[in-house]
Design a protein around this ligand. Structure first.
Ligand code: AMP
Ligand code: GLY
Length: 418
């Protein structure tokens, strides 16, 4: 079949790489893609968030599966438009994408279904907000409702910080919640309607600086699996969190289809939901795809079509690590135009693939930085320590003078396993 992949980041490069290797994939098209994706797909400059344009392209090219990478096209109703046109699509409807689009929606669903999550208050009223700060004590978590690319969350250590975060919302909708203690891990589940199958676990590093310090980013690195999410905890997360969510979405008339990314806090009482995303994580996807065996296109098509009996993802026992090379200035204003060299040398390190997250090809053929996160250097190995060694050997082979990266991806797990 012909496949249309939507998006232009490192996550989509990893998806394109996996789809290209699928025996069932005939022609692979990406909209808009990037110079890395162009290694595996025909890239077309079409707005991935324009439902009519996506459907027209899919029809014209006889596409048998649309795979949606980022959340924006989902929230814009691209999956709805594909479904209405009878084109199988991997990704939820706009209504089901509310699980990511509105934190308040997800919190209310958790409360109604008894799904373990932090206690919370949802309000746009200053007085109610300040009263709930009293209730939760410190630290307290203040979140702007709506898509905020991970930037709308304040973990307030003092009352003054909490009040400032409330004021910063300017009367907009807020979720104020109890601070959960524990270690975070992510669980990716393939879902169609009431049925859900665990795919993989991962952990990412959201802070820009080593030791997990400094401002939040989209993610500076990731690894998979996350052994802290033991098989028993994963089973509990599926039974207590993911499956009740899937059933509630069906009952609401908005069934979920695609990958549900559960951000979990592993607390003393068990896994609790921090947030949902309705798509693969970035850079978690770059770490997961190289572990996924078999025909990935068939796997995603089976999810899209609701043939969940055929959804038996098989992951290699190997560990993988992704290290992000970011442009100077990120996560503020990244400097564009820095030259990148040495990707071929990096990919000669065994087990290494370099995914493009934010690159552009200059007319001369030179590869330039064109985004905050620029490259996602990924390695697999028999252990996390081995994957780490390979990933950093590859990072060191890359010449990107204007970039920076963290040297300590995976530190928690590496300390534990040492
Ligand atoms: P979110 O956008 O909801 O994922 O929040 C961003 C980050 O804030 C999460 O990855 C956590 O590190 C942290 N966080 C969010 N909610 C809580 C909570 N209730 N307790 C502790 N940390 C939280
Ligand atoms: N790495 C976090 C995310 O994709 O939301």
């Amino acid at each position: 079949m012909n496949i249309l992949l939507l998006g232009s980041g490192g996550r989509e490069d990893a998806l394109a790489w996996a789809l290209r290797q699928s025996p069932s994939c005939n022609h692979l098209i990406a909209a808009p893609g990037n110079p890395g994706i162009a290694r595996w797909a025909e890239c077309l400059a079409i707005d991935p968030s324009d439902p009519a344009k996506v459907v027209a392209l899919a029809r014209e090219r006889n596409v048998g599966l649309v795979v949606v990478g980022p959340e924006a096209p989902l929230v814009a109703g691209v999956a709805d438009a594909c479904s209405e046109a009878g084109i199988p699509v991997f990704g939820p409807s706009a209504a089901a994408a509310m699980l990511e689009g509105s934190k308040g929606f997800t919190k209310d669903l958790c409360l109604a279904e008894g799904i373990p999550t932090a206690r919370y208050v949802r309000t746009d009223d200053l007085e109610t907000a300040n009263a709930s700060l009293d209730e939760f004590g410190l630290p307290v978590v203040v979140k702007a409702d709506g898509l905020a690319a991970g930037k709308g969350v304040t973990i307030a250590m003092t009352r003054a910080e909490a009040e400032a975060a409330v004021r910063a919302a300017n009367g907009g909708p807020l979720v104020i919640e109890q601070f959960l203690e524990g270690e975070e891990a992510s669980l990716f589940a393939l879902v169609h309607g009431e049925q859900a199958v665990a795919l993989a676990s991962a952990q990412d590093h959201k802070r820009v600086g080593e030791g997990d310090t400094g401002p939040n980013t989209g993610g500076m690195g990731a690894y998979s699996p996350a052994p802290v999410l033991t098989p028993e905890l994963e089973r509990r997360a599926m039974e207590e969190i993911v499956l009740p969510t899937a059933r509630a979405m069906v009952r609401a008339g908005t069934p979920f289809v695609g990958v549900l990314y559960a951000g979990l806090m592993l607390t003393d009482e068990g896994p609790k939901l921090i947030e949902y995303n309705v798509r693969f994580g970035d850079p978690e996807c770059e770490a997961i795809m190289p572990r996924l065996k078999g025909d990935v296109a068939q796997l995603l098509l089976a999810v899209a079509e609701g043939r969940m009996d055929a959804v038996r993802p098989e992951l290699s026992a190997e560990h993988s690590m992704t290290v992000i090379l970011a442009a100077g200035g990120y996560p503020g204003t990244p400097r564009k135009g820095g030259t990148i060299d040495g990707i071929e040398a990096a990919e000669r390190v065994p087990g290494v693939t370099v995914f493009h997250a934010g690159t552009a090809r200059h007319g001369s053929g030179a590869l330039l930085a064109a985004g905050g996160r620029v490259l996602a250097v990924t390695a697999v190995g028999p252990s996390l320590a081995e994957a780490r060694a390979r990933a950093y050997q590859a990072v060191d082979a890359i010449d990107f003078a204007d970039g920076f990266h963290r040297r300590d991806i995976g530190w928690r797990e590496l300390e534990r396993s040492a």
